[in-house]
Write a protein that binds this ligand. Structure first.
Ligand code: COS
Length: 390
């Protein structure tokens, strides 16, 4: 195995960002993760510092406030942040993948200058809002509406499960402009969440990733200038799905971080804890679990890196990387729950105790199989792309 421990040769620049993220995560995030998990408060100070370090706009060119790095740099940094705390991981992922990526790809020059620079530089927080209580996996079933009146759209509707909803400054929101057209009647809008007509409603009470604020958003005659529509009218579903391809690589990297944290804690415990006169790692029941965790972890890593490389290629060729993104998300998220579950078992009662972060890994891991497309949706996407059948 190479220097970074994963059989992959990384460039000096990649090693540098990986180390910067690891050092920051160890020093600044790890010590506060349990406290913010418990309170459910948004970790504003550490997120601000991540912005100053360039982590909130890794792939955004410097002229739009970002760090100007590539997709591999992004997943390397995100894994390290998520290893310390999955809540910080998803806050970073939403900003980079679900917000910046769509703006960079579909935004006008005016939109990039107004809505991208403050988010990519970490000065403000971005979010993405597609889901409604009546439309999760069936994303084209949204009912929120946008009606054009003169040079403004009037937005009405209730959005749910918005990551960053309670704190975001700017949000990409998807609304129906023409219900008769089904998915081709959806359009995307850039919203300033501090303007009138938007209510940050019920905060979602969650099992895990508790420090990443999530809420409902209610739109009541919110007025959005035509200049703030992202893409063409009716192009929203395609924009939403394209952006989710990037988002799924972010979630896969987050899952990789959780799985790695669970695995490393388990190895350390197996080498230290004794039972029946031996280290518990000497028993095959534990040793084989560690072997399975490590193998799945490294297989996930290869899928995540492959997806990041395909995403980078897309920037010049325009070739879709939906398959690579869905496979990475599917496998890495199931690896995260597998590893977190095994880690609890290996640690026994201590795995169940709040004195260690193991139970948090267990709670945090589960969402990676659900948000930004459940494992069932990923299997649907992968099989449809491979067989052409539907
Ligand atoms: N990239 C670009 N375009 C895409 C795309 C992608 N990844 N996926 C679908 N599209 C396009 C299709 O090409 C099609 O275009 P046309 O209108 O030109 O035909 C259009 O979108 C509709 O695609 P499709 O018929 O496959 O849509 P379905 O309604 O069958 O939905 C699934 C497809 C189920 C895969 C999609 O709705 C989905 O991913 N659902 C999960 C949503 C999700 O992740 N929710 C979580 C929200 S964020 S927490």
């Amino acid at each position: 195995m190479s220097e970074n421990g994963h059989g992959f040769t990384l460039s000096d620049e990649h090693k540098m960002i990986q180390k910067a993220a690891r050092d920051f995560a160890e020093k600044e995030i790890k010590p506060i993760a349990a406290e913010f998990d418990e309170s459910g408060d948004f970790p504003k100070d550490t997120i601000n510092k991540m912005g100053e370090l360039g982590f909130m706009g890794i792939e955004v060119p410097e002229k739009y406030g970002g760090a100007g790095m590539d997709s591999l740099a992004y997943v390397l940094a995100l894994e390290e942040i998520s290893k310390a705390d999955a809540s910080h991981g998803i806050i970073m992922s939403v900003n980079n993948s679900l917000y910046n990526y769509g703006l960079l790809k579909y935004g006008t020059e005016y939109q990039k200058e107004t809505f991208l620079i403050p988010i990519a530089s970490g000065e403000k927080i971005g979010a993405y809002s597609l889901t409604e209580t009546v439309a999760g996996s069936d994303a084209s079933g949204i009912r929120g509406s946008a009606v054009l009146k003169d040079d403004e759209y009037v937005l009405n509707g209730r959005k749910s499960w918005v990551s960053g909803g309670p704190v975001a400054d700017y949000i990409v929101v998807f609304m129906m402009t023409d219900p008769d057209q089904k998915h081709r009647g959806i359009s995307a809008f850039l919203i300033d969440a501090n303007q009138p007509g938007i209510i940050r409603d019920k905060k979602e009470p969650k099992l895990g990733i508790r420090a990443s604020a999530t809420s409902e958003l209610v739109f009541e005659d919110y007025r959005c200038p035509v200049a703030n529509r992202l893409g063409e009218e009716g192009e929203g579903f395609k924009i939403g799905m394209t952006v989710l391809d990037a988002g799924r690589i972010g979630v896969a990297s987050q899952a990789l971080g959780i799985a790695g944290a669970a695995y490393e804690a388990s190895v350390a415990y197996a080498k230290e804890r004794e039972a029946f006169g031996k280290k518990i790692g000497q028993f095959q029941g534990i040793a084989f679990q560690l072997a399975d965790m490590k193998t799945r972890l490294e297989a996930s890593r290869l899928l995540v890196y492959q997806a990041a490389i395909a995403k980078e290629r897309h920037k010049t060729t325009g070739e879709r990387y939906t398959l690579e993104a869905s496979m990475a998300k599917l496998f890495a998220s199931e690896t995260a729950t597998f590893c977190a579950n095994a880690a609890v078992q290996i640690h026994g009662a201590m795995g169940y105790s709040k004195e260690l972060p193991i139970e948090r890994y267990y709670r945090d891991a589960k969402i990676t199989e659900i948000y930004e497309g459940t494992s069932e949706i990923q299997r649907l996407v992968i099989s449809r792309l491979e067989t052409g059948l539907r």
